[in-house]
Design a protein around this ligand. Structure first.
Ligand code: IPE
Ligand code: IPE
Ligand code: MG
Length: 236
């Protein structure tokens, strides 16, 4: 095992569905908002843990297009945590963390949108891990937007050939390699509309840990488990 470590396959891009905040709080008899708060702290640490292990891209699912169905109070709490994160995230420049956002920002508060754009600009030259936060993100919504844009281009005769690459470049993740592995804590075994197009050949890892309890041990579990997988992409 030890000799093999040197050549252990490392994912370039890890996707993480940060799930289980509510259940974590409930088990402690606390309001759900406490779970989201702890989950936000875990997120900040997780970016560094994956970055330190050499992962180049980490996409985290923070808020889905379906999460608007939750009570307003909970949504406001999550948006406040995002705001707090953005206020502290200036030190991502020192940490060399390139930070980008995917999802439909139009529905978010203007103030948040400005802070998001500011952070993206500030960290655009960073060369460490790229942290991609999916906020008001939905895989189907992303594909619908791409189709609309291509239809518009086609109307003006601007499209020669619609290829997989062409569609991929219309997605929020244009220029980012597909996730090699997608991990979901909390025990649920579904994608919940996360990276539908991009996950065509991703490895899936489901784990029982609730997101606020996610630790470096879980990072190692994901990387070790990924290294054991045999990816074939349809070939032999
Ligand atoms: C994930 O935790 C955070 C978001 C979806 C915003 P949940 O809030 O879904 O936690 P559970 O699944 O109810 O435990
Ligand atoms: C998925 O979790 C979305 C995020 C983690 C942001 P949900 O808790 O919303 O997913 P479902 O409803 O259990 O499928
Ligand atoms: Mg959930």
């Amino acid at each position: 095992m030890k000799e093999k470590d040197a050549e252990k396959a490392l994912p370039v891009h890890v996707g993480l569905i940060m799930d289980g905040n509510g259940r974590w709080a409930k088990r402690r008899g606390l309001p759900r908002s406490f779970g989201h708060k702890k989950g936000a702290d875990t997120f900040t640490k997780a970016v560094e843990w994956f970055g330190n292990r050499g992962v180049k891209y980490l996409t985290v699912y923070a808020f889905s297009t379906e999460n608007w169905k939750r009570p307003k109070e909970e949504i406001d709490g999550i948006m406040n945590l995002l705001d707090e994160y953005l206020d502290k995230a200036d030190n991502n420049v020192e940490k060399n963390i390139k930070t980008v956002f995917i999802g439909d920002r139009e529905r978010l508060d203007k103030n948040l949108q400005n802070k998001m754009r500011h952070l993206e600009e500030e960290t655009s030259g960073c060369t460490g891990i790229t942290a991609i936060l999916a906020i008001n993100y939905g895989g189907r919504d992303e594909i619908v937007r791409a189709v609309r844009e291509i239809a518009k281009e086609a109307k003006y005769g601007k499209v020669n050939e619609i290829t997989e690459e062409y569609i991929g470049n219309k997605l929020y993740t244009a220029g980012i390699p597909d996730p090699d592995v997608i991990a979901r804590p909390s025990g649920e075994q579904r994608l919940s509309n996360f990276l539908l197009w991009q996950s065509a050949y991703s490895e899936f890892i489901f784990m029982d840990t609730l997101w606020p309890d996610f630790s470096e041990k879980d990072v190692d579990y994901i990387l070790d488990e990924y290294a054991k997988r045999n990816r074939r992409f349809g070939a032999l």
